[in-house]
Design a protein around this ligand. Sequence first.
Ligand code: MN
Length: 730
Amino acid sequence: MATIEERYQHLEKTIRGYNISADLSQIRAAFDYAQSHHGAQMRRDGTPYITHPLNVAQIVAELRLDSESIMASLLHDCIEDTDSTYEDIAKRFGVTVADIVDGVTKLTHINYTTMEEEQMENLRKMLFAMSRDIRVVLIKIADRLHNMRTMEYQTPEKQRKKAFETMEIYAPIAHRLGMQKVKWELEDLSLRYLDPVGYEEVTSALAKKNREYQAFMDRIQDVIVEKLGEMQIENAMVYGRVKHPYSIYRKMFSQDKTIDEVYDLFAFRVLVNTVADCYNVLGVIHDLYKPVLGRFKDYIATPKPNMYQSLHTTVIGEEGIPFEVQIRTYDMHAIAEYGVAAHWKYKQGIKQDDKEATYGWIRRLLENQVDADAEDFIHSLKVDMFDDEVFVFTPRGDITNLPAGATPIDFAYSVHSAVGNSMVGAKVNGRMVGFDYVLHNGDIVEIQTSKSAKGPSRDWMQIAKSSEARSKIRQWFKKERRDENIANGRAAFEAELKHLGISLSTMVTQEMINRMLKPTNFRSLDDLYAAIGYGGYTAAKAAHRIREEVTAQSRAERSAAEAARKEAKKALSPPPRTKSEKGIIVEGLSNCLVKFAKCCTPVPGDDIAGFITRGYGVSVHRKDCPNASEENRKRDPGRWIKVSWGEDTRESYTTSLEVVCKDRNNLLMDISAALSTGKAGVASLKVHTTTDGFAIFYLTIQVTDKAHLDIIMAKLRNISSVIKITRTAG
Ligand code: MN
């Protein structure tokens, strides 16, 4: 086993190998600082603690990161685990290094165990978003990689927990950064603890076949290289690999296959100088091996929106073994990588001037990922751009994502509308802030509430950025303004009833209202009005239910009256008190001629008055007919006579209605249907249409009595575009 100093020397050697301008004295100072601060701390495997930061720095150096990244890697656990502080590190090694260490420390504090499945994607995004410096994420990944490599010394419980986190969080992030090798190692190490049996099955099968697989790939590579040479394709680079254990494991278990049955165990890439060569190579490959139908994709002719270009194909090799081949130029490779970096820079909001200096190393990093599946990499980066979101913590460490520009008000309402409604103050990272404070990634937000809070104010609607918060605030105003809502709701309800021809004061009893409310959650009519007022219930629905009640009631009354009448008839006959004519009793007269006035066509149930005509007996008018007005009756008192409806009314009476409508198609049909379902006999129906688009119907119909007529009129009122119905009079 190498000593610590030997390992440090190895680190320096690695750094010198790619960065001749590295500041080795500062790196040495960071190492010494970390070593003295960690002091006698030990790891679970019995080695001094400093071996951990040293190994993390080694991984980071192998990723070819800059001096500041190496220093931050060496110092990454100092703030967390020793008496060192941010200020001290900033003073000795600069603010940038201190910021990176601080960023890594913050990521360590996220409590993953409380995360629900659906929080995982948020978390991955947030790790990017809150690490304003991407080096924070890279060091965190290196940290996790080393911890996973040394996980065998941990308790089984911790092994499983860390393996789960790694599989869910860190491997996908490594994938997004194009660190395919790191991703594979993280996945394979996690699998070892998540499914030890499955892991063993795959790795031992691979080990057994390793020689065979290697030989297969070597043969394929040789064949391709030789053929490309024959075709005089210059400067071609060909390489192949076996997919890693976890990806094979996934295929075996998701498709229930043995390792021999797993399709696509091998992948090759060919890089060439020119586009013409790409197609030449494709021709060569398809010449050598049989292509699998439907697996060829030409991203050169049709580049992806992110400029990615490449040819993809899958072919069948010797012994029927399939493998994938990706073909592209070195330029395409570089352009694809550069495009991503440009996108990344833009999204990170880096200032134009120092872009290159800051991100040149990312490009170098990307260029080193020759094994990366560029397509997947670019695709996932593209999907994950998220400059329209901000990620913040609850005091418990849960993550909430909100639209960019969100304020404590948005946060409060995202927790619960009750929290928003009783909010009296907000703290961000322990400090009081205004309600219009704009939240930043990684902020810890705490909402202060009070039972005596006044509730939201109108200007919150402008401050809130999320539609969720705004709609909850709107809802509050709706519910809190009960009086206003009751008044509005009542007006809407009554208007609706009026439309149906029902009068709330005379036709609707408390009993009907109770029956209507019973199946609902409203305990009183006011509750119902309030609900109508804020839009929780519709006036039309309530009115419709009342109409059903009214109809049922009048039907019941009619049949009760009918029964009573029959009863009375039986009991009273013979001596009829006064004989009626056409159902009309004329006071003091019997056997007199009776006719119904054409002007107002009364029906049983109407208030009526009789007029003694010259020679035609008594003419019966409705009392509300202009011809039977008080004035008229006073002017000629000798000719007006009291009449009333007898018990032996006839089966039907003729009466007239005038219906004013907005003219439209099918109007006549709807009116006929209403009359027919209302069981009204139609004696005549005339229509007069006006030039300004109205239609006036003059109906002469036969009804039993006033209750029957009311039902017919209600049905007619219910027809859309019917404006007004009047009984003809005068
Ligand atoms: Mn660590």
